[in-house]
Design a protein around this ligand. Structure first.
Ligand code: BGC
Length: 740
């Protein structure tokens, strides 16, 4: 009796302990109970769905949304472009603007600028800020970031990506992904893979050897998936091995879902799906943008005719397609829903907050690159400067609109001229200098700017020169813009040169006034035939809402520039591997990546070509002195880490930030390898006279190359050199180590 009483007491005690420590048991179905593991919810929801409902959730129902299951209370999924701001709303079934009055956003710097910060904290801040904007606008999937490698400076979409180096892009993409997704908003990393040009983007087949694929073009996607934990990825338009990338057995089934274990959703680029059978079997999960006939033509509301809609249902019903494959797609879509739309813990988000404007300005301030600064032309000292002439169309042109799907409707955009006036007042005087693109309407967004101009080219130059002669300092703001064949989706540039006779204007200004700073606004390298005659050059990127303020911060010295180029500026197009080997032709349907792994600086160094500005280059208003690099152990066993450290001192007069870069070269490789490759970087902040020790841990994987025959990464014993410096062409110290 006694024992029984004790047992009852113990049982009731443990029951009450259990009830106070566990979430109350849900009364409803498992899939609605967010205390349950996501996989249990997925299985439960899946088991309740009809065949028709399953097919409904794997294709679009409008331009930017896909259906849920109303009967089960499973909501729709809403996507938005991406990647540097939240796109304004378009109509349900048209590309035209919906005309909302509450869909303006903050435009963040384009991703080239983010990559140029070489600062993972900036990437995290970026992801957090844009994720909050996406969340506030009730989006579940942000169509970005983009990490296609910068293969040619002609690619119209390079501004949306993170440069030419797989290591840099991999490091920079991860915090962006993680921070966006903390908002219960999925990223959709794009465009997977080999979408390295816009010409013939729906038609070309990228012919790439496996080593190049794995060493150059895949690492950033892999990092986004495996380290960032990306919840979705967007298939590219182009072909690879004769199959469209959106339904590609090798890229999607074998590599992404097989080798990398991706558990998220493969979303087609808009109009990137081309047939039902491949869409079923080759890894696509969610079809967008097809309409009935390609991207923009066809019957209204043709969503039921999508390849993964009625044609698929038909095959499922007549038994020519298996429900198991369908279930895998639906599971992935449900998993994404539970992570986003059905995640009850997500924060509310925020839009156009002061914090977001500050973030945009801060990221821009760290991304702007000072390319040249002879005679200390910059910064312009506002305590002594009198008249400052600002010349160039890009000083007044809104750049947040245009460029294709990344085009934005902003709440505010501070143009360079406005930012310079805000900082320097009526000392600023303006002249147009040249006329470029005067259109003010792109992708349905109208800038409202009137850029019409009646003066001739000669007159514009004469007027600019006359003004420049009377000024203490001259700032030319030019470069490219977001019109077709500039930095714009769906077309590539025709050449490396600046358009609209800007070279003439710059030459004339340089002759008129030696205190000339040329600011290039672009997402791409441009030729600078006038470089020897111009003392200061700045790469200003597309910075977004805070463009003018961020440029003023750097030009007037409030911010000490610390950006570094994420891609090489070749002196001429033929100095780029793809062009040297005639391996880029906008008309080609088969694009052979003949330069292989020799992309960007890898090509320049192999060929001993001096670039106009090298990968990793970027000056500061202070100087940094490097001590000797030291290796903790000069010889390590294969499989061990190698530790390299170096002291860096700010030997100048103002505080500044330096990006300490580590490159590795394999001195005794049995295969052809680049002279050196980026394998580490650290951005440090130093007061004048201050020294910091930077330590890099080189993991064995960083020393490997991809052996295509064995289909594995290989580490060879032998000697390696660690090159440490301020740019790929400004190595300050080296140290050799051996792997045994
Ligand atoms: C672009 C994608 C974009 C999609 C939706 C496509 O044309 O390639 O990057 O996300 O449109 O706007």
């Amino acid at each position: 009796m006694k024992n029984t009483a004790r047992l009852i007491a113990i049982l009731s005690l443990s029951a009450s302990v259990a009830s106070c420590c566990q979430a109350p048991k849900s009364e409803g179905p498992v899939y609605l109970d967010d205390s349950q593991p996501i996989e249990a919810r997925v299985e439960d929801a899946l088991s309740r769905m009809t065949l028709e409902e399953k097919v409904k959730v794997i294709h679009a129902q409008s331009k930017f949304s896909s259906a849920g299951v109303p009967r089960l209370g499973i909501p729709e999924l809403w996507t938005t472009d991406g990647p540097h701001g939240i796109r304004p709303e378009v109509l349900w079934d048209e590309w035209d603007q919906a005309g909302w009055t509450n869909d303006s956003c903050v435009a963040f710097p384009a991703l080239t600028c983010l990559a140029a910060t070489w600062n993972e904290d900036m990437s995290a801040l970026y992801g957090k800020s844009i994720g909050e904007e996406a969340r506030f606008r009730e989006k579940d999937i942000l169509l970005g970031p983009g990490v296609n490698i910068y293969r040619t400076p002609l690619n119209g979409r390079n501004f949306e990506y993170m440069g030419e180096d797989p290591y840099l892009a991999s490091k920079m993409v991860v915090p962006y992904v993680q921070e966006v997704q903390k908002n219960g908003v999925a990223v959709c990393v794009k465009h997977y893979a080999l979408n390295n040009q816009e010409s013939k983007r729906h038609e070309y087949d990228a012919v790439v050897d496996d080593r190049t694929l794995y060493e150059i073009y895949l690492p950033a996607f892999k990092a986004a998936v495996q380290e960032g934990g990306a919840w979705s990825i967007m298939g590219a338009y182009n072909f690879y091995k004769g199959q469209h990338a959106c339904h590609n057995e090798y890229l999607l089934n074998d590599i992404l879902k097989g080798e990398w274990g991706f558990d998220g959703v493969v979303i087609s680029d808009w109009g990137g799906t081309h047939e039902t059978d491949q869409a079923i079997t080759n890894g696509l999960d969610l079809e967008f943008g097809t309409w009935t006939d390609g991207l923009t033509m066809g019957a209204t509301n043709g969503y039921d005719a999508y390849y993964l809609a009625d044609p698929y249902l038909e095959k499922l019903r007549n038994g020519t397609a298996s429900e198991d494959v369908l279930n895998d797609k639906v599971r992935r879509v449900l998993r994404l829903m539970f992570r986003t739309a059905m995640n009850n813990d997500k924060p509310a988000g925020s839009m156009c907050s002061p914090e977001h404007y500050d973030a945009a300005r801060k990221i821009a301030g760290e991304g702007i690159v000072l390319l040249k600064n002879d005679n200390d032309v910059l910064p312009i000292d506002l305590s002594s400067a009198g008249k400052i002439a600002v010349i160039g169309e890009n000083a007044i042109k809104m750049m947040t609109v245009g460029g294709g799907s990344s085009s934005l409707k902003v709440q505010h955009e501070c143009t360079p001229l406005e930012g310079l006036i805000a900082a320097a007042g009526d000392r600023i005087v303006y002249e147009r200098g040249y006329v470029g693109d005067v259109s003010g309407s792109y992708n349905g967004v109208v800038t409202g700017q009137d850029l019409s101009e009646s003066r001739s080219e000669e007159q514009l130059i004469a007027d600019a020169v006359a003004l420049a002669k009377t000024a203490d300092a001259v700032i030319f703001v030019g470069g490219l813009n977001k019109a077709s064949h500039q930095d714009c989706e769906d077309s590539d540039r025709y050449h490396l040169e600046l358009p609209y006779a800007q070279d003439k204007v710059i030459e004339a200004l340089a002759e008129a006034n030696p205190n000339l700073a040329v600011v290039i606004i672009s997402g791409n390298a441009v030729a600078m035939p006038w470089i020897d005659n111009v003392n200061a050059v700045v790469e200003g990127w597309y910075i977004g809402s805070q463009m003018g303020h961020a440029l003023a911060d750097v030009l007037f010295g409030k911010v000490n520039p610390s950006g570094k180029l994420p891609f090489t500026f070749p002196a001429k197009l033929e100095d780029n591997g793809a062009h040297a080997l005639n391996a880029y032709d906008p008309a080609d349907l088969s694009v052979e990546y003949k330069e292989g792994i020799y992309v960007g600086y890898r090509w320049a160094e192999k060929q001993n070509i001096k670039p106009l500005f090298a990968f990793g280059h970027g000056l500061s208003y202070t100087d940094f002195t490097y001590g000797d690099a030291e290796c903790a152990k000069a010889s390590v066993k294969a499989g061990s880490n190698v530790i390299v450290s170096v002291d860096v001192t700010n030997s100048g007069k103002v505080a500044g930030k330096e990006v300490v870069q580590l490159y590795i070269g394999d001195d005794e490789s049995s295969v052809d390898r680049p002279v050196k490759e980026l394998k580490g970087f650290r951005k440090i902040s130093l007061e004048p006279g201050e020294t910091k020790t930077v330590t890099f841990t080189i993991e064995p994987d960083m020393l490997k190359y991809f052996d295509a025959a064995k289909h594995e990464w290989v580490l060879e014993n032998g000697k390696f050199t660690a090159y440490v410096g301020s740019a790929s062409d400004d190595i300050r110290t080296t140290v050799q180590f051996e792997v045994r």
